[in-house]
Design a protein around this ligand. Structure first.
Ligand SMILES: Cc1ncc(COP(=O)(O)O)c(C=O)c1O
Length: 377
């Protein structure tokens, strides 16, 4: 048994979904129908990646040359985009219990040039939308919901992605779709996207979805976590490829059933982690895209990750280098790290444990057993 991130369990049902995804023509109406359950009053656009959707948002909402509030604890893929569109980020620190931003900090940091706020539902836990939307409205800010980790998460009875002026998702984080972004918005967006096709690089990502190959890539990857950086396929914003589109729709069908099981497993895992001194993220309404925790204060996180690998448990550290710790970002925006104490502490202590929808309680017990053994040593 290998414990790694996204995998497809080999079952007859899944193989059928995979084969038909490679063979089928994409049917846009099917997507419209399935997604209108989640976003009843919205329009959709499938893009190559989540970041492609974010670029379209900037272009369509005319956010170039403005200031944008955003979490300090978010991935640094945003940096080249901010630079390209001359957007000055105004970073906000996070809460140690939720890993999401604090509404209180917004009023202190807002300036007359601030036009929008990026709200991320980090790791799948919905941000404090009620308060955040209230402050955003008060200051006339456009709200961009970053739902990259949070497909299927609900807040006040509504799926996230329905709250912002515009929202986007990163499909391959929760579905074995290899690539794909989803832009959710209110009106028709007049846009023409470049076409993309399924590539050899996508084929490697596909192999990585199977336990054996995933183990192989990780085993022979770099010391802690092999970096297989994904990039947008084309310079100008492009569409999702046909196979990724079909895979997403095929696996969306059983998503709610899988999510229920995932949340149950995650809650059980969290309880076990707490007993070992880990601090876990709040669980209410969390869809656990990543099962994330802070390691106990006296523990060397990186050593723990390395030691777990020896027992085939491949934990990750998303994000040990959030955007404000990226060297170029620090220099360009003259980041004063003392303003972001929680972000810095989280980056040092974060660990994300592998969690698959098809795991059972025994698998979690096995992982906890390994964790105990490693901690004892
Ligand atoms: C919070 C968050 N937002 C946006 C993105 C961008 O998504 P994608 O990799 O699909 O471009 C990522 C991941 O890279 C992310 O973690």
């Amino acid at each position: 048994m290998y414990f790694t991130h996204p995998q497809i369990k080999i079952t007859g049902e899944n193989l059928k979904k995979i084969f038909s995804s490679f063979l089928k023509k994409p049917v846009q109406q099917a997507a419209q129908k399935q997604l209108s359950y989640y976003f009843p009053e919205k329009k959709f656009l499938f893009t190559d990646m989540g970041r492609t959707s974010f670029r379209l948002i900037i272009e369509k909402l005319n956010l170039k040359n403005s200031q944008m509030l955003m979490p300090a604890y978010i991935c640094d893929i945003f940096y080249p985009i901010l630079k390209k569109y001359h957007i000055k980020p105004v970073f906000l620190d996070i809460d140690l219990k939720t890993f999401n931003i604090n509404p209180e900090e917004i009023t202190q940091k807002i300036t007359p040039q601030t036009r929008a706020i990026l709200i991320s539902h980090t790791y799948g836990l919905p941000a404090n939308l009620e308060k955040l939307l209230g402050v955003a409205k008060q200051h006339n800010l456009l709200v961009i919901e970053d739902c990259a980790h949070a497909f299927g998460a609900k807040e006040q009875g509504k799926y996230v992605g329905n709250f912002g002026d515009v929202s986007f998702f990163s499909l391959y984080k929760q579905f074995p779709s290899l690539r794909g972004g989803l832009l959710v918005f209110e009106k028709n967006l007049e846009t023409s996207l470049a076409k993309t096709s399924f590539s050899f690089r996508d084929f490697l990502s596909f192999l990585n979805c199977f336990p054996f190959f995933s183990f192989f890539f990780k085993k022979f990857g770099s010391e802690i976590a092999p970096k297989m950086l994904r990039k947008e396929k084309t310079e100008r914003p492009s569409q999702i490829n046909r196979v990724s589109f079909n895979l997403f729709l095929a696996f969306l069908k059983d998503f709610e059933r899988d999510l229920k099981r995932r949340v149950e497993l995650a809650s059980y895992f969290q309880e076990e982690l707490k007993k070992l001194g880990f601090e876990t993220q709040e669980a209410k309404n969390n869809v656990f895209c990543y099962l994330s925790a802070l390691v106990p204060l006296n523990l060397d996180r990186d050593k723990l990750v390395k030691d777990l690998r020896k027992y085939k448990v491949f934990a990750t550290r998303i994000w040990h280098t959030p955007i404000i710790l990226n060297k170029e970002v620090r220099k360009e925006y003259k980041i004063n790290l003392s303003e972001f104490k929680n972000t810095v502490a989280t980056a040092q202590r974060i660990i994300n444990f592998p969690l698959q929808n098809y795991y059972n309680k025994k698998d979690i017990e096995k992982m906890v057993g390994i964790l105990k053994k490693v901690l004892k040593n």
